[in-house]
Design a protein. Structure first.
Length: 196
């Protein structure tokens, strides 16, 4: 019994020490892109991004373990480069930003391969509907900038289905198919600054 208790204490200590090596980072809005693309007319892609967001994550540079991540996105800052289209995306037919002003992401688990490829599972909430999303990406490395900030970078890609979040508006095409695609491809280019 004493050996079992000692083993459990050791395991707990190792778990705590492992978390202790993870540093916390703020997401740098000026050097981060949260983007998306959706099929248009079954053939082309419309691409966009969000202009305002905030978040943080915990990351261990030695083990490359991502242990915590939370992001909040201001939905009304959606930007596809076309004002009329952006107004439509903010409307009740799509993001309904007056009623649902924020999109959120929370990390559930992650795995990092020896080649620095990262596989993330998290919860994304759009229009108060939460679904699981899988993201595959890469750890790009760490650097200290010219004013002494320690930075790390990641990329990640994933796919969601807009209908899962109650975004079902569409128009049929005379040639068959629909005006707007169902799949939304998520593109993340993240730069984080270590908290001091």
């Amino acid at each position: 019994m004493r050996n079992i208790r000692s083993t459990l204490i050791l395991v707990a200590a190792l778990a705590v020490s492992g978390r202790a090596f993870a540093a916390s980072y703020w997401i740098d809005n000026d050097h981060t892109n949260i983007g998306f693309s959706v099929k248009h007319l079954e053939v082309f892609f419309v691409r966009g991004k969000f202009g305002d967001f905030s978040g943080y994550f915990d990351f261990d540079e030695k083990t490359l373990a991502l242990t915590r991540a939370t992001v909040g996105i201001t939905a009304e800052t959606v930007d596809t480069g076309v004002a009329k289209r952006d107004e439509a995306l903010r409307s009740k037919d799509f993001l309904n930003v007056e009623k649902f002003p924020e999109i959120t992401f929370n990390l559930k688990s992650s795995r990092t391969d020896p080649d620095k490829k990262i596989h993330v599972v998290g919860d994304i909430t759009i229009r108060k509907i939460t679904k699981e999303i899988k993201l595959d990406g890469e750890y790009l490395g760490a650097v200290t900038d010219n004013v002494g900030n320690e930075r790390v970078g990641f990329t990640a890609r994933g796919v969601i289905r807009r209908g899962d979040f109650g975004i079902t508006w569409n128009q049929p095409l005379d040639t068959g198919g629909k005006l707007v695609g169902e799949e939304v491809k998520i593109t993340l280019d993240i730069e984080g600054i270590k908290k001091r």
